[in-house]
Design a protein around this ligand. Structure first.
Ligand code: NAD
Length: 320
């Protein structure tokens, strides 16, 4: 049987372009839909156009908050919905409107459209930000969402929408991504900012005491989890963590990055920010059970690869 076309929303973004790259390499036909209104996303589209299997790629530039979605779904067998407005800090104040539009409204429109265009699976990006943190240990999916940022509220709503449309037969799966890093990372994210600081950009803004811990998860591991979620037999409405299960402090990541670069990351202290949990920590047992998934990229190797991509790796023993 022919592999069905995978409609990948947000396919020009950090995670999306990595997922598209992997699907094409696997021989999967991809219909990428992205607003691509920034140079970063336009560069991703140029890179993907040069993919060895670009013959399998179709690209539509559209705003999913307003576009007619029915034509996008006519030949899609699987939907991977990664389009969204990420970033916790930008969601406070006036930024909330964009988050509601690109996370909540877009997801609802897409799920509504799938009611008339039956697909085998709709994989949707959720976030560890639906949780308030993990003060007492790893957090499993049975834990009631209790976000501490407006961004987290939009993603908790996205999960609710997935459950609501699952009750009408849409085969949704919401994946909670935990702090994703790796090549092509968004420039507003921590490791990308460390690399920019090493490359002559602004010093890294170290929030608070720097001992806050994150469950850093490599984008290749996230991609493997997304692909597994498109293939496995899963109950509609399933929610699943995708995290390394290994929280590491920001200070330790700064230290490791400096060690790999052969010089310390320039840092400037800034005040702690609201919505920044003290620790995130994924319980990954459900991902192992349902997706056969386990994180494979160790933090040091993943950081070395990201530094290598930016031309900043000095220790040859860490080169991939
Ligand atoms: P990104 O900003 O690099 O990618 C998002 C993409 O979605 C962009 O290319 C953007 O143009 C597109 N997009 C946004 N709104 C759109 C709209 N209305 N119409 C069409 N395209 C639109 O972000 P990312 O880090 O790759 O995140 C991808 C998804 O994963 C997001 O839903 C995000 O909330 C979620 N997520 C990311 C992380 C992380 O650590 N990066 C963690 C948890 C969840």
């Amino acid at each position: 049987m022919d592999t069905p076309t995978h409609l990948v929303t947000g396919g020009a973004g950090f995670i999306g372009r990595t997922v598209v790259d992997r699907l094409l390499a696997d021989g999967t036909p991809v219909h990428l839909v992205d607003r691509a209104d920034q140079p970063r996303m336009q560069a991703a589209l140029r890179d993907l156009a040069a993919h060895p299997r670009a013959d399998l790629l179709r690209v539509t530039r559209a705003d999913l908050a307003t576009a007619d979605l029915a034509p996008l779904l006519t030949d899609a067998g699987v939907v991977v919905h990664l389009a969204g407005q990420p970033g916790v800090q930008a969601s406070w104040g006036d930024g909330f409107g964009d988050h509601v539009r690109d996370n909540v409204l877009v997801t609802q429109r897409l799920l509504e459209a799938t009611l008339d265009a039956p697909v085998d699976r709709v994989v949707v990006a959720s976030s560890s930000s639906v949780l308030r943190g993990a003060p007492d240990g790893p957090v499993d999916e049975a834990t009631t969402p209790s976000p501490v940022s407006p961004y987290g509220v939009t993603k908790a709503t996205v999960e609710q929408l997935c459950a609501t449309y699952a009750s009408r037969g849409v085969p949704t799966v919401a994946l909670r991504f935990f702090t994703v890093y790796g090549r092509h990372q968004r420039p507003d994210m921590a490791v990308a900012r460390m690399l920019a600081a090493l490359d002559g950009g602004p010093a890294f803004p170290l929030r608070g005491d720097g001992w806050q811990e994150r469950d850093w998860t490599h984008v290749d591991d996230i991609t493997a989890g997304v692909v597994a979620a498109t293939r496995r037999d899963l109950a509609p409405g399933t929610v699943c963590n995708l995290g390394s299960g290994n929280p590491v402090s920001l200070r330790e990541v700064l230290r490791l990055t400096g060690e790999l670069a052969g010089r310390p990351v320039p840092v400037r202290p800034v005040a702690p920010v609201p919505g920044d949990p003290a620790r995130t920590w994924a319980d990954t047992r459900r991902a192992a059970d349902l997706l056969g998934w386990e994180p494979l990229v160790p933090l040091r190797a993943g950081l070395a690869d990201q530094l290598h991509g930016a031309g900043l790796l000095t220790t040859t023993s860490d080169a991939a």
